[in-house]
Write a protein that binds this ligand. Structure first.
Ligand code: FAD
Length: 504
């Protein structure tokens, strides 16, 4: 195991005496700083050392060392958090990307299973599963430059969630190193069941996930990819909800959607709608007279095999009952891998125009279906009527596809929506400051609270424990506290979540 450090050479060297650490180098502060920032770009929490473990046993050694030294420790996946959740100021950061290694194929009673090191990116899982085996996990995120351990510590949602549940319910077994440095295998059947459910959506609080077993299904060859535009939110929501409740051959394999500004703007408006792989353009003359400040785009996909000449007809039949604006439909047929990699195109664009490296005050909220029409009226059409400099996702998922034994907290009711404000604004003077965007996020959350919406933050960020207690609710919070005492009694893990601080 390699350790990069600045202030801890003697203590790490002492640990190196029993071969736990190969303290490679005293590194410069710049290297440590790069592990102290994240995709959000708004926080800096420089660690004292970065550890690069190559096995689960090395993760265990690092945790035992941290505990003995009274240091906080955070597993860092790919650093795609927004508010420093994967940081450990003055403590140890475990660079989980080093724990990527080869992925294995095993079998279970229900079919093939991928045995994946937790530091692997979902893009690497996709490449391995589809290209080498013609198989695929059923549930994805939109963007695949995230680690398996990172999304399993949060939820992992996308347009497949309505059917297969989030990524946290598509795991059969985990290898976890708890906060007392013990390596354990856990699963709903084979033991340590409570630990299994605790770490799923557990925000890194109960252990470091080092390996995950993910059931696989046969991968389709291609995808019929469709976007259709609505001018009326109630019709949009009613169609989206009926689609996620459909089963059988006339149901789509992917249902997502987003709100966009009713204007000819490439970043917030019509420019968001046409598919990258398609040459169609958005015809503004098709937008009904009297439409409001926002329009809505339902995004759908239908899996198919090469040579399936019926897929276009099937899709056309399934679109018929939907109340979108006729003439504003966009379709393409792309390979399954290209479909799942669709965000790469936006990433490349954002890197080129500088918005990938600018601050990203993103806000993700789950809002119950019973409040979503009011949310549209009061939040989308008032507070956010000029857009957020990127997509404003809003699509439904089914609560019964989530497992309440896990640590993730979701709203009550049968259906809730993911609302994601994916801000890609240019930095000032061309765009708003991070503070202005944060203030707008706060106004959105304040509206949710004052209107009494049934909502939960996804990828939550709170500054004090009383807010966390409200987030989890009375029963959930008491279970969270019990689990913390059981699995990380010294409270050293993932301090950047600002839930607990290490015991003195
Ligand atoms: P990090 O940000 O590095 O870590 C996140 C948290 O998990 C930290 O607290 C960390 O300590 C902990 N952690 C990391 N690895 C482990 C581990 N192995 N064991 C225990 N704890 C660990 N989310 C979705 O659900 N759907 C999406 O479509 C989606 N798209 C995104 C697109 C972009 C461009 C970005 C920036 C984020 C997106 N996210 C999405 C959010 C993403 O799920 C979270 O950022 C998540 O944290 C994964 O990122 P990461 O692997 O970089 O983890």
């Amino acid at each position: 195991m390699i350790a990069y450090f600045e202030n801890l050479p003697r203590r790490l060297s002492a640990a190196a005496g029993d071969d736990d650490f190969n303290a490679a180098d005293e590194t410069n502060n710049g290297d440590l700083k790069s592990f102290g920032s994240d995709f959000g770009g708004m926080t800096t929490s420089v660690p004292a050392a970065v550890i690069q473990p190559s096995t689960a046993d090395e993760v265990a050694s690092a945790i035992r060392f941290a505990r003995a030294e009274g240091l906080a420790l955070a597993a860092r996946g790919n650093g795609h958090s927004i508010h420093g959740q994967a940081g450990a100021a003055g403590g140890l950061v475990l660079d989980m990307r080093v724990l990527a290694g080869p992925i294995g194929l095993t079998g279970g009673p229900g079919g093939p299973i991928a045995e994946v090191p937790a530091g692997a990116l979902w893009a690497e899982v996709l490449e391995w599963a589809v290209t080498e085996h013609g198989l695929a996990p059923p549930s994805w995120t939109d963007y695949l430059g995230l680690t398996v351990g990172g999304t399993l510590s949060n939820g992992g949602v996308s347009g497949q969630t309505f059917r297969h549940g989030p990524q946290v319910v598509n795991v059969s077994q985990l290898e976890v190193v708890t906060g007392d440095g013990e390596r354990r295998l856990c699963s709903p059947e084979a033991g340590d069941t409570d630990l299994f459910f605790a770490v799923l959506g557990g925000l890194g609080q109960f252990g470091v996930i080092t390996r995950a077993w993910i059931p696989l299904l046969p991968a389709p060859d291609a995808v019929k990819w469709i976007r259709v535009v609505y001018s009326d939110f109630e019709r949009y929501a009613s169609d989206a909800e009926s689609l996620v409740n459909r089963y059988g051959p006339d149901s789509f394999d992917y249902v997502e959607g987003f709100a966009f500004v009713n204007c000819d703007d490439p970043v917030n408006g019509y420019g968001l709608v046409p598919l990258a792989s398609d040459r169609q353009t958005f015809d503004p003359d098709r937008v009904p007279q009297g439409s409001g400040p926002l329009l809505y785009c339902l995004e759908l996909a239908l899996h198919c095999r090469h040579g399936d000449d019926k897929v276009d007809q099937r899709a056309a039949e399934m679109l018929k009952p939907l109340g979108y604006v006729k003439g504003l439909e966009f379709c393409a047929k792309v390979s399954y891998v290209d479909f799942l990699s669709r965000v790469n195109h936006s990433e490349a664009e954002a890197r080129e125009n500088g918005t990938w490296d600018a601050p990203h005050p993103w806000l993700n909220i789950f809002v119950s279906a019973c409040d979503i029409v009011d949310f549209d009226r009061e939040v989308f059409r008032r507070i956010l009527r000029r857009g957020v400099g990127g997509p404003m996702l809003v699509y439904p998922m089914l609560r019964r596809k989530w497992d309440q034994r896990m640590s993730v907290s979701v709203p009550d009711g049968e259906i809730f929506y993911l609302v994601a404000l994916l801000r890609f604004a240019r930095p000032p003077p061309d765009g708003p400051s991070a503070e202005e965007m944060m203030a707008e996020n706060q106004a959105v959350v304040d509206r949710c609270r004052s209107a009494g919406y049934n909502y939960k933050l996804y990828l939550p960020h709170y500054r004090d424990q009383s807010q966390w207690a409200v987030h989890f609710g009375e029963k959930g919070w008491s279970r969270f506290l019990d689990r913390k005492v059981r699995y990380d009694p010294a409270a050293i893990l993932s301090p950047g979540q600002l839930i607990f601080s290490p015991e003195a």
